[in-house]
Design a protein around this ligand. Sequence first.
Ligand code: BGC
Length: 747
Amino acid sequence: MNLHGSSIRTTLQLGIAILGITLASVSAQVGTDHMASAPWMNSSLPPDERASLVVKEMTLDEKISFLHGTGMVGLSPMSPLSVNSNGGAGYVPGVPRLRIPALQISDAAYGVRQSGENGRYSTALPANVAAAASWDPEAAYEYGGLIARELRAQGYNMSLGGGVNLTREPRNGRTFEYMGEDPILAGKMVGQVMKGEQAEHVIGDIKHYAMNDQESGRNAVNVNIDKRSMRESDLLAFEIGVRESNAGAVMCSYNRVNGDYACENKYLLTDVLKRDWNFKGFVVSDWQGTHSAAKASAAGLDHEEPGEIFYEEAMKKAVESGKVPMAELDDHVHRILRSMFASGIVDDPPEKSVVDVVGGFEIAQKIEEQSIVLLRNEHAQLPLDAARVTSIAVIGAHSDVGMISGGGSAQVDPPGGNAIMPPGQGRTTWQAHIWFPTSPLKAIRAHTPHANVQYDPGTNPDSAAALAKKADVAIVFAYQWESEGMDLDSLSLPEHQDDLIAKVAAANPHTVVVLETGSPVTMPWADRVSGILEAWYGGSRGAEAVARVLFGEVNPSAKLPITFPKSEADLPHRSIVKPPRESTTHGEPDEWKKIAAGLPAFQITYDEGLKVGYKWYDAENKQVLFPFGYGLSYTTYNYSALKVTPGKSVHVNFKVTNTGDRAGAEVAEVYAALPERAGEPPKRLVGWSKVKLNAGESKEVAIDVDREYLSIFNVERDAWQLVPGSYTLMVGGSSQNLPLKEAISLQ
Ligand code: BGC
C-alpha cells in the first residue's frame, strides 16, 4: 500500500512540473473525490455517523466477515484468509472496496506479545500489578502509550491488554496482569493505560469481563455472586475503566456468571455494559469464549474470536431466518466500525518501523522505579551507601543473569531468548518460566565498583549462608512465577526459598530480600530480615531500577495495590475450587469442539461478596502482614489540616509535609466509612494523590470525591444510591495508617 502510494506521488510530481500546479491542490482534489465516493472518510464527521455511512454500504457477507476472526493454531480451525495476519492473536480482514482496513490484533498486557516468534522486538514493562503499585495515573498513561507505539511499529492496530479483574483471589495465576484489589484504583489505572494507548491510535481493550477471578476450570466454572456485590466490586473496576477511557473494546470472559456464560450474558453485556454504562464500543469474546450465535448476539456479543464457529455460517442462517434481526447485526458491525473511526486507525493507519529500544528501556525503568514497594526497612538498613559498603552477597533467583516475568498470553519475549534455559531461543513457549536478561548482580556491581560483590545461586542454603556471613550485606532475590492457565497452589515462595532466606538472615543481620512476584506471598521470616522490597515482575530494566532503589538514587514511592495476608488461612476461601475432570479439556484432541459446545459447569460461590481484599480483612478483624496502600519511603511524611466540604462532590483538603531529609513522593490516600445502615465493610478507598515533596516541603492537597464512590448499589432500584447519614473521611499513608478523620453528613 505504501509502495503504491509513493509511485502515485512520483507521477503526480512529474505532472506538477509540466502543468505548473501545486501538489497540494492535486492532493486536495484527490481527497475530495474520495470523500464524494466514500463520505465516511471525512475525519471531521463524528465516529457514529461515519460508521452508519459504512454499514449502509455493506453487503450481508461483508458484515458477517466483520464479526469473527480467522482462526488461531491450536484453538480453532484456521481460515485461508489468515495468511494476511500480522502474526498476532487475531486478524479480521478489512473491506478494501470501502477503504476499511483490517484489524490486526495483538496481546499486549505488559508489552507486545509474540515478537520473538515474528522476528521482532518488544519492551517488557513492569507487570500490570506493578503499574498499579505506582498509584501514578501519569505513569499508567505512559505505560499505555509505550505499548501502543510498539504495537503500531509492529503493524498492529488493536491491543488486548487492559486486564482489570479484581484480586478477589490472590492465588489467581493472572494476578500480575491485573491492577489489584480495589475497584477505584484498578479502574482509574486501567483507564489511564487505555487512554494512553488510544491517544496513539490503537484500539484499546479492557478484559476479562467479568468475574474471571481464577484460572482453574475457567471455560466451565459458574460464578455465583449477588448483583450488589458484583456492581460494587469487580464490575465497578470495569465501569470506571470504560468511563475514563472510552476504550474501543471490552473482552468478555470464559466463565459463566450466575448461570450464563459471560459472552452470552445479557445482564453483563447489554443491561450493564451497553445500557447503564453507555459503552459505545464492541464486545469481543475471549479466545474460544463464544458458545452460540443467536443467544450470544441477543445478549450483546459483537465479535467472536479467534474463529468463525458461531459468527459466520450459523450467524448468517440466523439472520436469514429472522432469529437474529438485521438491526442487531448492524449494531454489532456499527460498534466495530465506530471504534475503528474513534481510535484513529482508519485515518492514521500504523506503519511498520523499528521499535525504539532505548526509549522503551527508559520508560520501563522509570515506571519500575515508581512501582517498587519498600515493605520493611529496620534501622534504616536501606539505602545502602555505595561509598561505604565493602562486601555484598547477592543470592538466589538467577539474579546473576535475569529477572522472572509473568507467563501466558501476556508473555513478552526477551531479546535473545530466555536468559536461563534454553539459551538463544527466539520464541518463548507457553508457560515456560521466562527470565529477562536484566541482571541484578551486574546492576549492583555497577553501583559499587570498589566493593567485593559475590554471587551464590541459593540452591544450597548452607553455602548461601556461609557467603552471607562474610559480607557486610546480604541481598536475597526470591521469586514466585505465575501465569495464565494456572493458579498458585499457595502463597508461599516455592523451591524452599523461605528456608534459604531464614538461613541467610540467621547468618547476617543485614539481610535484604527483593521479591519478584505477581501476587502477595507469605513471609515467615519477615521480622528476621532488615529490609524487604517488592519489585513485582520488573520488566526489561528491572535490575537497574532495583539497584537504584537499593542505593538510594531513587526514593521508593509505591504502595501496595493488594493486601499481603499473614497466612492463607486468612483468605476468604481456604483453597481454590478445582474443576472436576469432565470440566477440563487440557491437551485433548479437538478440545475446541468441547469448549465451544460448553463444558459441564462447576460452581464457585463468592459469598464474601463485596468484601474484597482489605474490605475482607477489615470486616473480619484479621491482622495482615502488609496492608493495602502500604509502602515505606527513605523519608517521612506528616499529615495535617484536614477539611472536608460537601458539595456536588465531596472536597477533601489537607496538608502533607515531607519531614525527612530527602525528596520523595507520597501517595496520600482518602478512605470513607459509610453510614452504618448502608451495610458496608468498615471503609473503602475513595481517592488519592501522589504528591512530590522536597525535604521539608509542605503542600496543600485537594481531592474531589465523586458521590458515586460514596454510594451503594441498590438492587431494587437498579441504581447507585447515596445512603443519607454520617460519612467519615479518613486520610493518611496506608489503609491502616489514617491519622486524619472528619465526619460529615450527606443527604
Ligand atoms: C486470554 C486472553 C487473550 C487471548 C488471546 C486468551 O486465552 O484469556 O487474555 O487476550 O487468549 O491470546
